[in-house]
Design a protein around this ligand. Sequence first.
Ligand SMILES: Nc1ncnc2c1ncn2[C@@H]1O[C@H](COP(=O)(O)OP(=O)(O)OP(=O)(O)O)[C@@H](O)[C@H]1O
Length: 438
Amino acid sequence: MVLELATISVMAGFFGFTIFDKHAASEAKKIQRIAANCGLSVRDGGKLVTLHLLRKTHHKWGTEYVYRLPLGLSFEEVQKKQRTIEDGLNQKRGLLDLSFDDLKKIQWKHDLLEQLKNMMNGGMRRKEILMNYDGALQIQVYKDPMPELIPFTEHTLQSCKGWTVCLGESRDAVIYHNFESIPHMVVAGTTRYGKSVFLKNTVTTLLHNHPEYIRFTLIDLKGGLAFNRFSNVSQVLTVAKDAQETLIALRGIHEDIKRQQVEFLSKGFEDVREAGYKHRHFIVIDEAAEISIQGEPLKEIKLIKSECEKIIAEIARIGGGLGYRLIFSTQYPTADTLPRQVKQNCDARLCFKLQTDTASQVVLDESGAEKLPFVKGRAIYQTDRKYIVQTPFIENQFIDRIIRPYITIKARKEEYYEAGTAKQTPEGRSHTLIIEEA
Ligand SMILES: Nc1ncnc2c1ncn2[C@@H]1O[C@H](COP(=O)(O)OP(=O)(O)OP(=O)(O)O)[C@@H](O)[C@H]1O
């Protein structure tokens, strides 16, 4: 350390300045300067005013700056410039801009000039920022970027208590979602950013932790590939691969919900907890846009999809208290593919990178998901609070090892769920796919 400090001083002398120059622009001022330069200012009494620093707090992860916004400037406008502020903070215009933290990252045995040059170009460990607003603008500047890969391990599995699943690591904590507190979830994100992997994390965790009480209906409208490995798990009632199979499965669930509702009413139970029911039925839909009626040219399929949408909305609306859990995943979030009733009743949202601010608004009611970095597994988890998480990556071999004890070779699902013919379901129900115009 002494040697390092000495080297810094020698270098400082070499470059003809003092690194810890108290006149060096502070990060707080730099943010104000960037804000003013990129138009985050308003004219007030003939003067241009921008963010006004209220306080700053140092944390072990970095620094939080709290600013007052001038009247006439909204948080939304500031959010649009998040990337500009982040880029500005990572730009080193001169050695004066290097902080002590930057210098601590230097590897003294390697080419110093090369590393300094790299730092000046914003290279090495890039700083990231997160913005929030609660009457004042909070900008958290993180010293280090988040990890880009968090493996899903035995420890991840063991750490999930009750009906929780691990959503990943945020800046300073491991974040879990509890399906007992918030029964339904929307998962959204552009293709190849981690939705299916998260759904597999969830199914594996819940199966491992509650094999005696869990039931799954897996609706895999991307060809059945993602959930195929779960199809012979005895707790999986069906893996539906198209609109017809989905409707048959959903009708069965709908009948159960209605029956259970009547039973609860007659017995005076408010919900599953009061009734002491330990079973939970998870309905996981991967690529829900495939059952949206929007753009469906075939009349018969349109009727099927329309009924699917109605039942899904009903599950979201009344299923929670009866032990049903909906996970609704889509890569195309629009007002059509994410029905209002589903959105309103899904109080948890996990949103991977999206392409546009509009798509982010549909899922989160605010922009932000389009600004996530191009990192697979990076997502915004939103309930009444908001976190940025790196979701754990689960290997297929790991899943196979965990689910092996629950696999039974069942008769092919088509025997139960053949479209157009009445057959017995694994639960002994009889279903005929008759489509009627509403
Ligand atoms: N949490 C993660 N951490 C690191 N890499 C991940 C993570 N999740 C996914 N990936 C990588 O991204 C790839 C695509 O992930 P996934 O299949 O989950 O995407 P998706 O969002 O479901 O895409 P699509 O909508 O096209 O099906 C994976 O094969 C894996 O390589």
